[in-house]
Design a protein around this ligand. Structure first.
Ligand SMILES: CC(C)(COP(=O)(O)OP(=O)(O)OC[C@H]1O[C@@H](n2cnc3c(N)ncnc32)[C@H](O)[C@@H]1OP(=O)(O)O)[C@@H](O)C(=O)NCCC(=O)NCCS
Length: 250
């Protein structure tokens, strides 16, 4: 297996998207901020978009990050989590500010290869690039996968759900912990997705006959539907974690 920059293998863009699309609920890809920032992120941070390839060049996993400035404090974390980190990284790059922190914004493993530690491989690959580039901190607005089972529970509570062995109940948080990461704080309004009621019905294959709050498949939080305004708003809270730049997995 080898790790390559996505940008260095333009021939793999299509296959990578096709191989990794299934891992995400469709609405996750609909946020306005990621759509606005996509082209700039690809242009400014190509080194932090990595693919893990199998020996036959098939795409097994991908992880993406941006570089930004962070003072190391919880109050200084990018406002607005995932969306905020993308916007800040683009803004700061355009202002010529030198970054000091890598912020990992996504990791995906091909659905038939999950559970084999491949996410750890791409995360470690990104951390190595951070170290090579002189970035002294690594943060992640983590989207805990099992939080979707508890959409009515606040992230303040959920972040404390540890098992007897001290690791978190959530498997994706555990992967970060095994790589030496620690929990910092919830990231409110990390991913905001707005659409018409019809769009939300299509993205979730669910009917929303009345205004109100709804559980949606794959959603970590509830969806708010307002039929008078013909609008659905989903505001997802993520969980900030901090990685060591270099670490021996626990
Ligand atoms: C979350 C994700 C990146 C984890 O990648 P991975 O390579 O499977 O991670 P790991 O091999 O380290 O496994 C992590 C844990 O999840 C468990 N796991 C992995 N796939 C699983 C599955 N399909 N069902 C149940 N548990 C699973 C593993 O057993 C492990 O738990 P453990 O601590 O008890 O051993 C991957 O599942 C994925 O791409 N999901 C879709 C996209 C996503 O949600 N990304 C994260 C947000 S950025």
């Amino acid at each position: 297996m080898e790790i390559v920059s996505n940008g260095s293998r333009p021939d793999l863009q299509g296959p990578a998207q096709a191989a990794l699309r299934d891992g995400w609920p469709p609405f996750v890809l609909r946020g306005q901020v990621p759509r606005d920032c996509r082209a700039a992120v690809a242009e400014y941070f190509p080194r932090y978009d990595v693919l893990l390839l199998d020996d036959d060049d098939s795409v097994l996993a991908r992880a993406t990050a941006v570089a930004l400035r962070w003072d190391g404090s919880v109050p200084g974390l990018p406002d607005g989590g995932y969306d905020g980190a993308l916007a800040a990284a683009v803004r700061e790059h355009e202002a010529g500010l030198a970054p000091d922190t890598l912020c990992v914004v996504a990791a995906t493993v091909r659905t038939d290869r999950t559970g084999g530690g491949l996410a750890g491989r791409v995360l470690t690959g990104l951390r190595e690039r951070a170290a090579e580039d002189g970035l002294s901190r690594v943060i992640v607005p983590v989207r805990p996968t099992s939080k979707a089972t508890y959409p009515r529970t606040s992230m303040e509570d959920f972040q404390r759900w540890a098992r007897e062995d001290g690791l978190h109940l959530d498997p994706w948080i555990r992967t970060h912990q095994r790589l030496g990461a620690t929990i910092l704080a919830p990231a409110p309004r990390s991913m905001v997705v707005t659409g018409t009621v019809a769009e939300w019905e299509r993205w979730t294959s669910t009917a929303f006959p009345r205004s109100g709050r709804y559980v949606v498949a794959g959603g970590l939080d509830l969806l708010r539907i307002d039929r008078e305004r013909d609008q659905g708003v989903y505001e997802e809270t993520n969980l900030w974690m901090r990685h060591p730049v270099r670490a021996t997995p626990a």
